[in-house]
Design a protein around this ligand. Structure first.
Ligand code: B12
Length: 388
């Protein structure tokens, strides 16, 4: 492909709103080399879909046979004009936009047309993904020089910091590979988890130390079983009791290992052409969240990523935040939630009520409780009270 053409493709995709457009060549066994060890260590927790798609994730040519290139796309989602609202539950910054899976996907549909128009590829010669596809987006992005993998496992960009959504297009088109940020000698064991992490981190370990639940067994390696983001978003069941205090006021996701990264200092504001900001979520009080009805949940979270968590997951998280907040004004709402139809909500409400010193008020709810998970919460709290 003539070099002018690939630059035309790059410019065409940038015009659609992608802040970064980089190319990497396929195949490249290095990128997926350490996935197996990460999965074998159980770091994916209950995300069984990662295990099921292990081979495809390690090798994009199994996703699109004959693929010769992967186009890595970055969308800056920083919100410099919007500091967190005090005394309100905290949301992962990415959730303060209309669901990026939808908005970026719309951009990817257009990106496909750009490829067809400029490079003459057919609709079967490419496949695009944002987040949910079996593609190691961060490794490929690092490979293409879009950024480097930090000790926090994030793809960090020198111009956008940590605040970058990634998307990818696998294509049978041969595109000239962009160079990685800096070539370094291959890691001693490229199959070790985190083998590629920390290229431009120097001695900094702020992210590893700031993690509220100690989810990094080593630099660049997240153990999802301890990660607040995993538990508040992906885990649909009971959140381990020992991790709940570390969740603090985070009602959805966690940005702590991103926020403390010094590279954010250099982050420029994005164009947000593929995003639609939902700052209003940050104004929601904890009391409003604890009182959410199915109807109100559907209205407030329509079009956001939070919708995927469902009302039960959000109420569960809100109970934990309330238990951590220590404000007894939330007791009446929590007592009601201790009688919620779903055991997952009841269990966390029971925990929170006990944390606020109101355990005795649940006597009648406890008397009719039959679910083993909820009974386990009562038992744990009662024995804690006896021990304490
Ligand atoms: C599963 C998943 C999670 C899990 C597991 C996280 C993890 N660390 O793997 C959980 C639920 C915990 C999670 C949390 C978050 N996630 Co997430 N997640 C994913 C998902 C779907 C797969 C990631 C994966 O494959 N993990 C397995 C590990 C082993 O793979 P890996 O870290 O990518 O590294 C592999 C390769 O990339 C390679 N590699 C890494 N660097 C390099 C460099 C070179 C040069 C080479 C050769 C190879 C290489 O080594 C590894 C194995 O081979 C991706 C989307 C996707 N399809 O990629 C989003 C994704 C990684 N998540 C994202 C985000 C935003 C988050 C959160 C910030 C959300 C939040 N605020 O709560 C947190 C951050 C937690 C963290 N520090 O990682 C973004 C990250 C964007 C970025 N700039 O990095 C992604 C890319 C989604 C997107 N499309 O934008 N996530």
């Amino acid at each position: 492909m003539a070099s002018a053409l690939h630059e035309e493709v790059r410019a065409g995709l940038r015009d659609l709103g992608f802040d970064e457009v980089r190319f990497a060549a396929l195949p490249d066994a290095d990128v997926g080399a350490s996935l197996g060890a990460w999965l074998d260590a159980g770091h994916h927790a209950d995300m069984a879909w990662m295990e099921r798609t292990r081979d495809k994730r390690a090798d994009p040519t199994q996703v699109l046979p004959g693929a010769r290139s992967i186009i890595l796309l970055g969308v800056n989602y920083s919100l410099p004009d919007a500091p967190p609202v005090a005394e309100r539950p905290r949301w992962a910054r990415y959730a303060l936009h209309a669901d990026y899976h939808d908005t970026i996907r719309a951009g990817l549909v257009e990106a496909g047309r750009v490829l067809e128009r400029l490079a003459g590829v057919g609709p079967d010669d490419y496949r695009y993904y944002v987040d949910t596809g079996p593609v190691l987006e961060r490794g490929w992005a690092a490979r293409s020089g879009l950024g480097f993998t930090g000790k926090n496992a994030m793809l960090i960009s020198r111009t956008h910091g940590n605040w970058l959504f990634l998307a990818s297009i696998l294509t049978r088109l041969a595109l000239p590979a962009d160079p990685p940020i800096r070539r370094r000698p291959p890691p001693a064991d490229p199959a070790a988890p985190g083998a590629h992490a920390g290229l431009l981190c120097g001695k900094c370990t702020r992210c590893l130390e700031a993690c509220p639940t100690q989810a990094f067994p080593s630099p660049g390696v997240v153990d999802s079983r301890r990660c607040v983001s995993y538990h508040t978003i992906e885990n649909k069941g009971i959140i381990p009791r020992e991790l709940r205090p570390g969740i603090g006021d985070r009602v959805y996701g966690c940005d702590t290992c991103l926020e403390v990264c010094p590279w954010n200092r250099f982050a420029q504001e994005g164009r947000r052409l593929l995003l639609s900001v939902r700052h209003d979520l940050r104004d929601l009080s904890l009391a409003e969240l604890l009182a959410l009805t199915p109807e109100r949940f559907a209205v407030v979270f329509r079009g956001t990523a939070v919708k995927r968590l469902k009302l039960s997951g959000l109420l569960r998280n809100a109970c934990i935040v309330a238990g951590n907040a220590g404000d007894r004004a939330h007791l009446p709402a929590l007592q009601l939630l201790a009688q919620h139809p779903l055991p997952v909500v009841r269990a966390h409400a029971v925990w929170a009520v006990f944390r606020l010193g109101g355990g005795a008020t649940l006597a009648s709810a406890r008397a009719v409780e039959a679910d083993p998970l909820v009974l386990a919460e009562y038992a744990a709290e009662e024995s804690r009270a006896v021990a304490g």
